[in-house]
Design a protein. Structure first.
Length: 530
């Protein structure tokens, strides 16, 4: 029987692990805790086959826009997809992501986009936890806060351009945090990062706002004697430089004016769900609520200790996340390290009187022993990424939009009735129709900034069966309606003799106007390329 002394002797220790990792090949080949965290996020994302990443139809028009750019060697300035606003000015403001999406889709279909999105999300989550640990946060606090943050963001983990903003927010603020500790030239890398970010996703405005807050907060700290005025001027210059760099895009300053009008639109905030305030009625938002409440307490503590910059960050990101639920993941990416640092300070103060042999001291020592595992990386994330890329296309992962969200079978079975017709359908299903047949024109799709209140209100009046629905139907001469069964308009059309039901499956219905010449046989569209 092994004695306790023997168990202690053979138990791996932090010092023993350091001796093992002294070899270069050991550091490369032995996975770290950071690597295991990255792999765990990947497994979690792909447990359902990756289809959850495709529950938003916007990826459909992003792919087709990227294909247009690749084929025409030009970024579109006019609408490509609608019959409600044909040829109207349009800003394809995420054109670089569109090219990436289209290139991946041509290489291996939707599965390639799912794999790329999973890798980006896993990289973001890993960057977040490593950034928290870098601040000297208690290991167990770091893990708990990161997992709560990821849990409160999971509904936004989609194959859409905004995942790049999550990654860039965390990386950019890490650079700012490092610069505040030890100023250096690396902070100016944010200027070229801004150029890349601007053309991938509109979330670059978050960086400019954060830098402006940092400059203002540093100025206040300088007035209080905690910082030097030159630091405030430096961050002010960086803000101006990044703002100027954001003008390097196909639309110049017009992109900024368009985005500001879009974000300030009362109509957008009142009708687009992701721009509305969060509803704390599900597990995801309850996790966010925990972070939010703690974050506001942390902000008060930071202001009392004259840490103005971090306090302003917390207040600003809390505000925008309460205004719009789509900013909840940005709140997580930006301020969870600040929250984790303050919780660690509270924990340290509370456990300071504990003896060296107490349970609390043992927990603290265990946490300290594992910190190194989150401060290094091996080759395993690269190996996992390569495996996903090489093996993924041979696995039946997300080869189509999920049937539970989109009328995949109905569209394929009745392609002849649908394509080439004036179709009334939802914005999400409009995205799907654009993806399935790029030549199909739609009434609305997911580009709410393009359609605005003029078309948007007509769409809402139609689907809601408002008194003017017949006038709008006549105006656009709809010949086919593909709608959820519970839509008010569905019940109205079913009562009209000029409309016939082509198919109904309990969740969605396809109706065609009787005066329309409809082929007697359906055609089947080719499967997407993989």
């Amino acid at each position: 029987m092994t004695s306790p002394q023997t168990l202690v002797a053979i138990r791996p220790t932090a010092r023993g692990m350091e001796s093992v990792l002294a070899s270069r090949w050991a550091r490369v080949l032995i996975p770290s805790l950071s690597d295991l965290f990255f792999l765990a996020i990947l497994v979690w994302l792909f447990m359902g086959g990756g289809a959850a990443l495709l529950t938003d139809g916007d990826v459909g028009w992003h792919i087709r826009t990227g294909e247009y750019i690749l084929d025409h060697h030009a970024v579109p300035h006019q609408d490509l997809y609608s019959f409600s606003k044909p040829g109207a000015p349009w800003y394809a403001w995420e054109w670089l992501t569109d090219i990436l999406d289209a290139s991946l889709h041509r290489l291996a279909g939707l599965k390639a986009l799912v794999m790329m999105s999973g890798l980006v999300i896993a990289a973001y989550a890993t960057t977040l936890v490593r950034r928290i640990v870098w601040h000297g946060v208690h290991m167990f606090v770091a893990i708990v806060v990161t997992l709560i943050g990821i849990g409160s963001s999971w509904m936004h983990f989609l194959a859409r351009p905004h995942i790049f903003t999550l990654l860039f927010v965390s990386i950019s603020l890490w650079l700012v945090e490092a610069d505040r500790k030890a100023p250096g030239r690396r902070i100016w890398w944010l200027v070229p990062v801004t150029i890349l970010w601007t053309n991938l996703h509109g979330g670059f405005l978050v960086l400019i706002a954060t830098l402006a807050l940092t400059a203002a907060g540093t100025a206040i700290e300088s007035w209080m004697g905690r910082a030097h005025w030159r630091s405030a001027a430096r961050y002010g210059a960086l803000t101006i430089a990044c703002a100027a760099a954001s003008l390097v895009n196909p639309y110049g300053y017009r992109l900024h004016t368009h985005m500001l009008e879009y974000l300030r639109s009362d109509w957008i905030r009142s009708v687009i769900q992701e721009f509305q305030s969060p509803s704390f009625r599900n597990e995801t938002m309850m996790q966010f609520e925990i972070l939010l409440v703690i974050g506001l307490i942390v902000a008060g503590s930071l202001f009392r200790r004259r840490r103005i910059v971090e306090g302003l960050w917390v207040v600003f990101f809390a505000h925008i996340s309460l205004v719009s639920v789509r900013h909840v993941p940005v709140f997580v990416a930006a301020v969870t390290p600040v929250i984790a640092m303050e919780i660690t300070r509270w924990w340290t103060n509370w456990t300071a009187p504990a003896g060296k042999r107490s349970l609390v001291a043992i927990i603290n020592q265990m946490a300290a022993d594992q910190v190194g595992g989150f401060r290094r990386s091996s080759a395993w994330p690269l190996i996992a990424g390569a495996a996903v890329i090489l093996v993924g296309p041979r696995i039946p992962w997300a080869n189509q939009f999920p049937e539970v969200m989109f009328p995949v079978k109905m569209v394929r079975a009745h392609a002849a009735e649908i394509f080439g017709s004036r179709v009334l359908t939802t914005d999400q299903w409009g995205d799907f129709l654009i993806y399935t047949n790029p030549q199909q024109k739609v009434f609305v799709d997911g580009r709410s900034d393009f359609y605005g209140p003029e078309i948007g209100n007509q769409y809402l009046h139609l689907t809601g069966g408002q008194p003017d629905w017949e006038r709008v139907m006549a105006k656009y001469d709809f010949t086919v309606a593909l709608l959820p069964t519970e839509t008010a308009l569905t019940q109205l059309l079913k009562q009209r003799p000029e409309w016939r039901t082509v198919e109904e499956d309990g969740k969605r219905i396809l109706l065609a106007r009787r005066t329309t010449s409809v082929p007697s046989t359906a055609i089947t569209l080719p499967e997407p390329r993989f």
